[in-house]
Design a protein around this ligand. Structure first.
Ligand code: SF4
Length: 105
C-alpha cells in the first residue's frame, strides 16, 4: 500500500470506552459483509441503530467515529449519516474490502 494511502486511511485504535459499548461481540451487525446488498444493509443498520439507542457511550462513540472518519456503524450513525453531518469517509464505501487494496497492505 502506498504511504499516502496508509496515511489517509483511518486507523482504528482500542479506546477505554469501547469495552462499555452495547455492541461488544456483535461486530457483524455494525460492519458490512463484502458486497452487501442495499436492502440487507438497511436491515443490518436498523438493528445496529436499535443497539446504539441504549448504549451508555453513544456520544463518545459518535464523536470518535466522526473525528476518525470511520467505516461501519458507530454511535448511532452509518457512513452516510456521518457524511451528511460533514464527516465523510476518505475513500468510497467498500474500497478497503477490495482484494487489490488488502493485498497491498
Ligand atoms: S454507540 Fe453503538 S457502535 Fe458505539 S459503542 Fe455503543 S453500541 Fe457500539
Amino acid at each position: 500500500m502506498p504511504d499516502l494511502a496508509r496515511t489517509l486511511l483511518p486507523r482504528w485504535a482500542q479506546q477505554d470506552w469501547m469495552a462499555r459499548g452495547s455492541c461488544h461481540g456483535r461486530t457483524s451487525v455494525f460492519f458490512p459483509p463484502y458486497a452487501e446488498r442495499p436492502q440487507a444493509r438497511a436491515r443490518r443498520e436498523a438493528q445496529a441503530r436499535l443497539v446504539c439507542q441504549s448504549c451508555p457511550v453513544l456520544e463518545t462513540c459518535r464523536d470518535y467515529a466522526r473525528e476518525h472518519r470511520e467505516y461501519g456503524f458507530w454511535g448511532g450513525e452509518s457512513e452516510d449519516d456521518r457524511a451528511l453531518a460533514g464527516y465523510a469517509v476518505p475513500w468510497p464505501i467498500g474500497v478497503r474490502r477490495r482484494p487489490s487494496v488488502a493485498a497491498a497492505s
